[in-house]
Design a protein around this ligand. Structure first.
Ligand SMILES: *Cc1c(COP(=O)(O)O)cnc(C)c1O
Length: 241
């Protein structure tokens, strides 16, 4: 009998993991009074090779997230991206904006007015509008990217005046913690801010997406109102840098 190749095994794991995660997303959504279709499932593909990413796409994944501009652009031509959305989720430097605008459907990691300005400027040049999320540093950690929550509202008003960028929601990465109750507190804070801002009906800004929850905490995030979870290692295994 022919032995299974390493790649066959990797592919089987991806298929199995996606199925398991999908079931858990459905359960968590139901617990929060919603359905599976109310929560989007992003496969985070940083450090993952194109073969494994394409396997996940073959299994029905329709949204992927990459952290680095260069890594995404070098893999993009080999990915089966028909009917698939791509988001940039990693910290973006202003000097890389011109390379990524027009190449992704959404930039989830906008954390300053300066960055938003540049995204709008480069989008104008291409004659497009770029959808973005504003990343909030909900834990107030000095080491983390993301906008301090105290600056969120004012920054949103400023961004709303820019011509070629549209904020469609919020994203966050809470402080690392093994403590679920602690995590849920941050997620709930985010949800409250999201609902509060939505109620203000700021011109040119919609609150459609609340992106929070990763491999270790997506069930809690959904329970607290997330509608987009970003999952990497629970699909593809530990990352090898
Ligand atoms: C890497 C990463 C993820 C996925 O992390 P996992 O713990 O592997 O699921 C999600 N969001 C962002 C912004 C990331 O950088």
């Amino acid at each position: 009998m022919k032995e299974k190749s390493f790649q066959d095994e990797q592919f089987e794991n991806i298929e199995y993991n996606l199925k398991t995660i999908n079931e858990k997303i459905a359960l968590s959504a139901e617990k929060s009074g919603r359905t599976r279709d109310d929560v989007r499932f992003m496969a985070v593909t940083k450090t993952v090779d194109v073969f494994r990413i394409n396997k996940a796409l073959d299994c029905g994944i329709d949204l992927i997230g990459e952290n680095k501009v260069q890594e995404f652009l070098s893999k993009k031509p080999d990915l089966k991206l028909e009917n698939v959305e791509c988001h940039l989720i990693g910290h973006l430097q202003t000097n890389k904006v011109s390379k990524i605008v027009g190449e992704v459907d959404c930039i989830e990691s906008v954390d300053s007015l300066k960055l938003a300005n540049e995204i709008s400027k480069q989008s104008s040049k291409l004659g497009i509008t770029t959808n973005v999320l504003v990343e909030v540093n909900i834990g107030g950690e000095e080491s983390k990217t993301g906008l301090p929550k105290e600056l969120l509202e004012e920054t949103l008003y400023r961004i709303s005046e820019l011509p070629s960028i549209k904020v469609v929601g919020l994203m966050t990465i809470p402080p690392f913690s093994q403590n679920n109750a602690q995590n849920r507190k941050f997620f709930s804070n985010m949800y409250n801010m999201y609902v509060d801002i939505r109620s203000k009906k700021i011109h040119n800004i919609t609150m459609d997406i609340l992106s929070m929850g990763m491999s270790g905490d997506y069930e809690d995030a959904i329970a607290c109102g997330s509608n987009l979870v970003r999952i990497g290692s629970a699909i593809f295994g530990p990352r090898i840098y």
